[in-house]
Design a binder for this molecule. Structure first.
Ligand SMILES: Cc1cc2nc3c(=O)[nH]c(=O)nc-3n(C[C@H](O)[C@H](O)[C@H](O)COP(=O)(O)OP(=O)(O)OC[C@H]3O[C@@H](n4cnc5c(N)ncnc54)[C@H](O)[C@@H]3O)c2cc1C
Length: 500
């Protein structure tokens, strides 16, 4: 990045909104994966107009722009490949809560939990509940169509997005959707931007639908299974039952082993896995509904089932689930969290595939996830400094996605493609579908300025998976990518690091 470009950015934003020291660039070089790459400069626009100014500088100098919320993404989506890291966290105002129309208008940098708490205080409810809600931004949630445990009942972020304000690469400020929950006025551009991972435009403002709060009584169903086939059957049976729970999560035996110290008495030792379900209902209905769901689990072969209404007993279950991520992180330094999603009837077979892959490649693979959505998180715990282990991890991940696709599944249920999964895109989508996506990208961003190198599998270099962080200083200006028909030049520079 030349000093001249940094000076221009400082002139349009103000000096405290443009950082270019090595320490600052490192701070914005990674997300929640193990990937990292230095941006040349980091900018913090505070308004839609300032986002436009940044894009004008980027266009003039053909420098790529990498939108970023809080950097909690799990697919490398906000890892900057040089260029400008455009951090949205200063656009963090809740602009309006419209009680009468049950909607909120927020800037894209609002932290998800801040919105949840603010609307709750007004007797309203914003359902999407990614595990990262205390840190992630609404803009990042929209860009990844984030889900969470309650997506099983309430759906993912996209279901709540009524309208967007988006700055396009050419500086156009586009308004999509509106304030209504039904809207068939022309093409659904709002949905096009949901899940587009910062590749089509910078989301600056979001209009979100709100709901009334859920019923106040909370119950938890815990069901344990001696084999994964029975557990898989239970997922289908619970999902199809009229009493179906609000969330339907699973943990396999490898997860249970990691949190053995927190194992509640409701889960016997030695089981193959357990389902953890949240049930929200009216107090007078809760016990009956829990009983119905217990019956469902027993009917498909659960070895132990508890329907818990007692707050303390429930806390023990969810404390065990919350202990899982930190406990896993202590095993080895690298955690690769995949996001494979299959149709729910395929879950038993897919779980068997995963166990076989674990053994075939001798990797520490454990599975938890939003089972009711078929959205499993096969996690591989490894050490990226160990080349032999990482080559087996790479092979295991290839096999996980091959199995997932063979079972009718998809690459991502909620984390997006980013850098980590773009290599699998040609396997997941027919060429015509991928081609239409490329043409849409070229229409919105003809010079490939916005988040180049993400989602699409173009580029001569190998993917940065399996122990190859996208590291390294970028002393030279990262010139914006070539137009699409010449390929994705952000990928022309080796992504660096170690090979698997
Ligand atoms: C502990 C933990 C738990 C998690 N749990 C869940 C979960 O339950 N469900 C789930 O879905 N995800 C989960 N995630 C993943 C992650 O939190 C989500 O993907 C989240 O939506 C990312 O938000 P962010 O603000 O951190 O975005 P970032 O990581 O900064 O960016 C994510 C993507 O969005 C783009 N982007 C960000 N802001 C904008 C914008 N304003 N305009 C255009 N593009 C933009 C970026 O370019 C990038 O492609 C979890 C992550 C962690 C670390």
């Amino acid at each position: 990045m030349t000093d001249a470009i940094v000076r221009e950015l400082r002139a349009v934003l103000g000096p405290d909104q443009v950082l270019a020291s090595p320490a600052d660039r490192v701070t914005y070089s990674y997300d929640a994966t193990y990937l990292s790459h230095l941006p040349d400069v980091v900018v913090f626009p505070a308004s839609t107009e300032q986002v436009r100014h940044v894009l004008a500088v980027a266009r003039a100098h053909r420098v790529p722009v990498f939108p970023r919320g809080s950097g909690t993404g799990l697919s490398g989506g906000s890892v900057p490949l040089g260029g400008i890291a455009l951090v949205m966290t200063r656009m963090n105002r809740i602009l309006e809560i419209d009680r009468d129309n049950m909607l909120a208008r927020v800037q894209a940098g609002v932290i998800t939990a801040h919105l949840q708490e603010t609307v709750r205080a007004q007797g309203l409810f914003y359902p999407p509940d990614p595990g990262s809600a205390r840190i992630s931004t609404i803009g990042g949630n929209v860009a990844e169509n984030a889900g969470g445990p309650r997506s099983f009942h309430y759906g993912t972020t996209g279901r709540y997005v009524l309208g967007l304000e988006v700055v396009l690469a050419d500086g156009t400020v586009l308004k999509t959707g509106g304030m209504t929950t039904k809207n068939v006025t022309g093409y659904d551009l709002t949905s096009l931007f949901v899940g587009s991972e910062g590749t089509l435009g910078i989301v600056t403002e979001v209009t979100l639908r709100l709901l009334p709060p859920p019923p106040p009584a909370r119950g938890t169903l815990v069901a344990s299974f001696a084999d994964l086939t029975a557990l898989g059957r239970a997922i289908g049976a619970l999902a199809a039952h009229p009493a179906r729970p609000t969330s339907l999560e699973m943990v396999d035996r490898h997860c249970l082993a990691v949190v053995e110290a927190h194992r509640p008495p409701d889960i016997p030792p030695g089981v193959a896995g357990a389902l953890l379900c949240e049930v929200l209902d009216w107090p007078e209905a809760l016990a009956g509904r829990l009983r119905a769901l217990e019956e469902v689990c027993r009917g498909v072969g659960a070895v132990a089932v508890s329907g818990l209404a007692d707050a303390g007993a429930q806390r023990r279950i969810w404390a065990m689930r919350e202990a899982l991520s930190p406990a896993v992180a202590r095993i080895k330094p690298t955690k690769i969290s995949e996001d494979a999603t299959v149709p729910i009837a395929a879950i038993p077979a897919f779980l068997a595939d995963l166990e076989e892959i674990r053994q075939r490649w001798r990797v520490n693979l454990l599975v938890f996830g939003h089972a009711g959505d078929g959205n499993l998180h096969p996690n591989i715990i490894c050490d990226e400094r160990d080349a032999d282990e990482m080559s087996r991890v790479q092979a295991a991940i290839d096999d996980i996605f091959a199995a997932c696709l063979a079972r009718g599944g998809t690459l991502s249920g909620e984390h997006g493609i980013g850098l980590l999964k773009r290599r699998y895109m040609p396997k997941a989508l027919p060429p015509e579908t991928l081609d239409v996506m490329r043409r849409l990208k070229a229409l919105f961003d003809p010079d490939n300025l916005l988040n180049p190198g993400k989602v699409f599998p173009d580029g001569a270099v190998e993917e940065p998976l399996a122990g190859r962080p996208v590291t390294g200083p970028t002393a030279t200006p990262r010139v914006a990518a070539e137009p699409h028909d010449k390929g994705d030049s952000a990928n022309q520079q080796p992504l660096g690091g170690r090979t698997a």
